[in-house]
Design a protein around this ligand. Structure first.
Ligand SMILES: *Cc1c(COP(=O)(O)O)cnc(C)c1O
Length: 508
C-alpha cells in the first residue's frame, strides 16, 4: 500500500512538475511552452542584483521563451522525432505514393563535398561536375521515357504538372491556339490533376471511368467532341485504380488529330520503368516523381522533385533553366534570356539538386536491367497481395493489377466494419495504413502499393493481418475494430475537424 501510494505521489508530482506522463517509453509530449513554466533557469536569465546596464541603453525585455534547460529541449525534439512513422520503421503500403526504400548509397553520394558543399550562385566553371551530373540525369530520364526534352526544376509531382500544363499552354499560345480552354481528365484522377488544370486557367471536362476503371475509346470520344476547344488531356498510366490504360494509343491519336497535347501524370512510372516508354504510347509531356520511382525521400512534405520530360513538339517551350552540353564538352545552365519561346521560370535556381544526385545514383546503381527488374518486382508484389486477398475482400475490377492493387470494404460493410476500421487495425499491428477512400470512383477503396523493396515476409504479415480482419468480421467478432488503434499515442482523431478547423495556437 505504502509503495503504491508513493508511486501515485511520484506520478502526480511528475505530472505537475515535469508534465511528462509516460506509458512505457511512449512519452506524452507536451509543448515546450507547457513544460517550461518552472523556475529553473533557461534562456531568460534573471538579472543579477545590483547590475546596471553599462551601455546606457534600455534593458531588453524578456524574450519570453520557455524556461528549460538544453537537455530538456533536446529530449523534447528527439522524442518528437521518434513519433514519426517512416519507411525506415516499417511497411508503408500507401497506394499511389510508391513508398520504397531510400538506399543509403544515395545519401552518401549526395553528401560528397563536391555535391553537398556547392552553392547555386557559384560560377559555372567551378561546378562543371555538378552540371554534368544533372545533364546525365536529363539524358537518362529522356531515354527512359523517350521524351527527350527534360527540365529538372519542378520541386514536386504537382509542381511538375503545373510546369507541364504551362508548357502546353505556352505552345498553344505561340501557335495561335490560345482559344483552347478545355482539359480532359478522367474521374479517377489524382486531385492534383484537376487542381493543376484549374490553376492554369483551364476548364475541366471529365471522362467517366466507373464501369471498367479505365478510359475507353467511346468515353474519350464523347468527352473530346470535335476537340476544337480542347487544349489537352491529363491521364495517369497506369491509372489510380492500378490498371493499365489499354486504349491509350487510340485515345492519344484522336487527341493529336484534334490538336491537343497528351499530359501523362507519371507518378505511377514505377510500374513501367525500364519496360515501356511513355513517349511510345503517345505522351507529349510527363512528370516523374523522383521521390517515388527513383527512391529519393518523400520527406516531411519536401523536398520532392518532379522533373518533366517532353517530346520535340514541346521542347522549345520548356521552363528554364536547362543544362546544355556545349560543343567544347563543357556544361551550361541555359536561362530564360537565351530561349525566347520558353514558358519562363518556375522557381529560384535549378531545382532540388540533392534529389537529382540521389535519383542519378539510384539509376546508375541499378542499371538498365536493374530498373526493369524494379518494375517487374513491384508489379509481382502487388499481384501477390491481390491473389492472397481476393477471396477475403471485394475486388472491383477483374484481372491482374499493375504495381498497386485495389480492394474495397464491400464484403465487410454490412457488419459495420469499413475501410477506416481496417486502416486503423493496420496501425495497431505496426503498419502504416494503405491509401483509403481513393480513388473516389470506388466506394470504400483501399489502394495497396507494396513496391519492389518489400520482402515476402513483410507481405505475408500484411496479408495475415488483413485475412484476420476478414475472418473475424465473418465470425461476427467486430466490436474490437471500432476501438483500434489501442496502442498508438493517439487513438482516433477527428481528422475532418482538424482539417476544417485547424487549431494553430496553443493558447487563445
Ligand atoms: C503523388 C501523385 C501526384 C503528386 O505528386 P507530389 O510529388 O505529391 O506533388 C500526382 N499524381 C499522382 C497519381 C500521384 O500519385
Amino acid at each position: 500500500m505504502v509503495a503504491e501510494k508513493k508511486i501515485a505521489l511520484v506520478q502526480e508530482q511528475n505530472s505537475m512538475n515535469i508534465m511528462d506522463q509516460t506509458r512505457g517509453l511512449n512519452y506524452e509530449e507536451n509543448l515546450l511552452w507547457e513544460k517550461g513554466h518552472g523556475d529553473h533557469p533557461g534562456v531568460d536569465l534573471p538579472t543579477p542584483k545590483g547590475m546596471k546596464s553599462r551601455t546606457g541603453l534600455p534593458v531588453r525585455d524578456k524574450v519570453g521563451l520557455p524556461q528549460l534547460s538544453e537537455p530538456q529541449v533536446l529530449r523534447h525534439f528527439v522524442r518528437l522525432s521518434t513519433k514519426n512513422y517512416s519507411i525506415d520503421h516499417g511497411f508503408f503500403p500507401l497506394g499511389s505514393c510508391t513508398m520504397k526504400h531510400n538506399p543509403r548509397l544515395n545519401e552518401k553520394i549526395a553528401r560528397l563535398p563536391g555535391f553537398g558543399g556547392i552553392h547555386p550562385m557559384q560560377p559555372e566553371s567551378t561546378v562543371q561536375g555538378a552540371l554534368r551530373a544533372m545533364y546525365e540525369l536529363q539524358e537518362i530520364l529522356g531515354e527512359l521515357t523517350n521524351l527527350r526534352g527534360v527540365c529538372l526544376t519542378p520541386a514536386a509531382g504537382a509542381h511538375g504538372e503545373l510546369a507541364g500544363l504551362m508548357t502546353i499552354r505556352r505552345a498553344h499560345e505561340m501557335n495561335g491556339q490560345g482559344h483552347r480552354k478545355i482539359v480532359l481528365v478522367p474521374d479517377s484522377a489524382h486531385g492534383t490533376n484537376p487542381a493543376t488544370a484549374a490553376m492554369c486557367g483551364y476548364a475541366l471536362r471529365v471522362i467517366p471511368t466507373k464501369e471498367s476503371g479505365r478510359v475507353t475509346v467511346e468515353a474519350f470520344k464523347a468527352a473530346l467532341g470535335d476537340g476544337k476547344d480542347v487544349a489537352g488531356m491529363m491521364v495517369t498510366n497506369p491509372n489510380t485504380c492500378g490498371l493499365f490504360e489499354r486504349d491509350i494509343i487510340e485515345c492519344a491519336d484522336l487527341l493529336h488529330k484534334a490538336g491537343g497535347y497528351f499530359y501523362c501524370d507519371g507518378a505511377n512510372f514505377n510500374a513501367l520503368v525500364g519496360k515501356i516508354r511513355p513517349g511510345d504510347f503517345g505522351v507529349d509531356v510527363m512528370h516523374i516523381n523522383l521521390h517515388k520511382t527513383f527512391s529519393t525521400p518523400h520527406g516531411g512534405g519536401g523536398p520532392g522533385s518532379g522533373p518533366i520530360c517532353v517530346n520535340e513538339k514541346l521542347r522549345p517551350y520548356l521552363p528554364m533553366p536547362l543544362v546544355v552540353k556545349k560543343p567544347d564538352d563543357t556544361y551550361h545552365l541555359e536561362d530564360d534570356g537565351e530561349r525566347t519561346t520558353t514558358m519562363g521560370r518556375l522557381k529560384g535556381f535549378q531545382g532540388q539538386f540533392g534529389m537529382h544526385i540521389r535519383a542519378l545514383t539510384y539509376i546508375l546503381s541499378h542499371g538498365a536491367d536493374g530498373l526493369k527488374q524494379v518494375s517487374e518486382d513491384a508489379v509481382l508484389n502487388a499481384n501477390y497481395i491481390l491473389s492472397q486477398l481476393k477471396e477475403d475482400f471485394y475486388v472491383p475490377f477483374d484481372g491482374p493489377c499493375m504495381h498497386e492493387c485495389l480492394l474495397t470494404d464491400k464484403l465487410q460493410k454490412d457488419s459495420g466494419i469499413t475501410t477506416l476500421d481496417i486502416a486503423k487495425t493496420l496501425i495497431e499491428h505496426g503498419m502504416h495504413p494503405m491509401t483509403i477512400f481513393f480513388p473516389l470512383v470506388v466506394s470504400g477503396a483501399m489502394l495497396i502499393e507494396p513496391t519492389e523493396t518489400e520482402s515476402k515476409e513483410t507481405l505475408d504479415h500484411f496479408v495475415t493481418v488483413m485475412k484476420s480482419v476478414a475472418s473475424d468480421v465473418k465470425a461476427g467478432d467486430v466490436e474490437k475494430f471500432h476501438g483500434y488503434p489501442l496502442s498508438a499515442p493517439r487513438r482516433r482523431l477527428d481528422e475532418t475537424k482538424a482539417a476544417r478547423e485547424p487549431v494553430l495556437r496553443w493558447k487563445e
